[in-house]
Design a protein around this ligand. Structure first.
Ligand code: 5GP
Ligand code: MG
Length: 172
């Protein structure tokens, strides 16, 4: 398996991240949000997004969740127990690489609400068309993409290809 066709160029990603940053700045002005990155996939997206917003009081936090082995969703979400009630009363923006079946993020949203978050919103770089199994609304979406397994800009295939500057389709 190797990275094939380029789906999103560095220029396209950069431009879209700037737009998202402006929109998030308008939305969170006057609030003190926590940007909660889902590691490792959201690594670059989170870092670029935070630098594209213009808010003085944004906090950054990370949670490490995993559901995938290879290119198959395992259905089991690992890592939610690392979150604690310091999230209570806070406005949380979940930042993730990709919304696929929706299982990971819906489990995360449920956990944050249980811990008493005042507000939970979602920003994803990518959303796969026609793959969602769990009803979940992403408030900000960078790009809607066809149903391919993609790598690059943080997205990996068993740990590989995260550092690619573009988003590319994994091929045989
Ligand atoms: P979900 O729970 O929505 O099915 O899966 C979400 C997680 O699975 C994402 O955060 C990401 O880590 C992983 N994932 C889903 N689709 C892809 C993909 O096309 N490429 C890569 N690299 N990871 C994916
Ligand atoms: Mg992920």
């Amino acid at each position: 398996m190797t990275p094939g066709r380029v789906l999103l160029t560095q220029t396209q990603i950069r431009a879209r991240v700037q737009q998202l940053g402006k929109s998030l700045t308008r939305h969170y002005r006057g609030k003190r949000p926590i940007f909660l990155g889902v590691m490792n996939g959201a690594l670059f997206f989170l870092a670029d997004l935070v630098r594209a917003i213009d808010l003085d009081e944004t906090e950054i936090s990370c949670v490490r969740l995993a559901s995938y082995a290879g290119t198959n969703s395992t259905g089991k979400i690992l890592g939610l127990d690392a979150l604690d009630d310091s999230i209570a009363g806070r406005h949380v923006l979940i930042v993730d690489d990709i919304l696929d079946t929706g299982r990971t993020l819906s489990a995360l949203v449920a956990r944050l609400k249980k811990l008493g978050a005042a507000d939970v919103k979602i920003c994803v770089l990518l959303q796969k068309r026609g793959k969602q199994e769990v009803p979940l609304h992403a408030n900000w979406i960078g790009f809607k993409i066809p149903n391919h397994f993609v790598v690059g800009y943080g997205l990996d295939y068993d740990g590989r290809y995260r550092g690619l500057k573009q988003v590319r389709i994994l091929t045989d």
